[in-house]
Design a protein around this ligand. Sequence first.
Ligand SMILES: [Fe+2]
Ligand SMILES: [Fe+2]
Length: 369
Amino acid sequence: MPPAQSRKALVCLIEPDEKFRLEIVRALTSFYRIQTFAESEAATVWLREAAPALVILDENAPPHGGAKTLASFRHLLSMAKVPILCVSDRINSEFLVQAEARGMGALAKPVRRSVLIKTISGLINRKIEAAWEAIEPVQQAALKQTVSLFNDIADLVETGAPVPYPQVRACCQPLAQAVENAQFKDILRGVKGHDNYSYVHSLRVAVFLAHFGATLGMRGEELLTLASGGLLHDIGKMAIPFEVLNKPGILTPEEFALVKTHVQKAVDMLSQTEGISKSAIIVARQHHEKLDGSGYPQGLKNGQLNELARMASIVDIFGALTDRRPYKDPIPPEDALAMMAAMKREIDQNLLGMFRGALLDAARDPSTA
Ligand SMILES: [Fe+2]
Ligand SMILES: [Fe+2]
């Protein structure tokens, strides 16, 4: 297994201001590996060989400044497809205006950490999202619409505005359709390497939950409910600090208590969403409950957990184990299922057997290849 560091994307930072350099390193370190340079000549030599996922370039980078450094990057073959984020002390600097006009990222200092991470993630994901153009139309629409919904929700959460159900419904429609037609593998392949981990997890839960439902005979509206419930089940996490959510290693009791609040936060947000089905809210409310009462937030037991919640809990655990994170590799599906089969008191083993069957069917069915 590779060391934890190598699982993170590599970012090159060319920044003369030591204070800002340290700030950026501190802000990014749980998500990315960072190679820093105080000036651009050493950086250019390094960039001839290295393949970073992104370069951050300051307008004042010595010895020639950001604009000339950008021009010199044009002669570097290795930089042809590397996204660049330009930063400047001045909000209306020509450097930033030009960067934006040429499709690069542009940010004026001081930069809020959440804005910085969102911008970097957006630039890195552009390449992955561009590859979606080659996928079948329904699966392509499922990816494009869910990622744009997810980005919109992140903004809504910041302002406290409710998530509009008509938009959720419209965005989940292609996903539900792809699952109903047993053609969802490109959706799962399409998010590999995407670095918005919450989006990837939520999308995978939506696909697996809807597919699980489809193999139990659910169709149409029911699948749409499962897809939207899956996609939105963790939206409460958007209100939890990044560093806690992506902390490598064990959380402190206080941090774990904070993470647990994402369930009630999601329920509060979804309760404001007019028109959303109660089942979608149940998925959010009960996806961390366990049969033996050891789950959270309510510690529900056996009969108190309805079938939908049991399904959601299975899919959520499977999704979390098989997800890639900055601090862990994905566990192979077979190993994840074996680990879950050992959780006899917590997980409905009858349903787990059906979920396993659903995954095996999908793996075998040539129409889903
Ligand atoms: Fe969760
Ligand atoms: Fe989850």
